[in-house]
Design a protein around this ligand. Sequence first.
Ligand SMILES: [Zn+2]
Length: 252
Amino acid sequence: MTSTLELAPKKRKITKQQILDLTNDLIDEYIREKNWRTPEDIRLDIQDMYETVIYPRIEYTLVTSLNLGHLENNKILGKTVPQERVILLDNSISPPNYDPRYPFTFGHEIGHAFCHTDEPESFRCSQDEISSTDSLSPKEADANFFSANFLMPEFLVKLNFHRCYNPKRPFAYYGKGQEYCFTAYGSTRIIRIDSYSHFCVTLAKPLTTFFSNVSKTSLGLRIHNLGLVLNYSKERILEDVSNIGSILKNIS
Ligand SMILES: [Zn+2]
């Protein structure tokens, strides 16, 4: 078992590669614990992952019954207190009020718990920080990177994307207002697509069930970041990513 202290040395910034190695290690352990024989059997569940591989390693208690309030009009969705070894998730998104923002927020706070374990400060994370693709503080960006890779590992997103759509060639976006013909799990329908972000989110929708029922916008952003949809339109990708970020704020 890898020590988190080795991966996050005191006063030294954790690298993206270290975060990736850590999430891969956690996923590998979870798959072994679940005894899944083939990649097709894998179905990630953040609550079960917390109980199976997170708590045994770091022993952070989970509290989901409190209203965490606001910070400058931004709703606080999650909080991590390293000194008390506790993760709090706002009761408005936590079960039984299950909200699609819950899994990504949970993953984000677990990211703080692993990556910033020696910090004297606590982390109070607003919806903007958790969903934004805008420039964030390095620690918030670390936590989002952890959450994306822990909840939606690259190999599993690609595997399920190909199982669902069985694409003969890469999906390509040609511009606003076009109709696209999708065949997902063998069933075909035609959908009018309004933007590149809409395309990514539409493709993500049938796949969220494999990834803790994460929001379709979070998975759409992941599909974009993994390069699974080619953008041949004149829309600049960066502008479109911030568009996905604003969708996340509104409907995730
Ligand atoms: Zn945070």
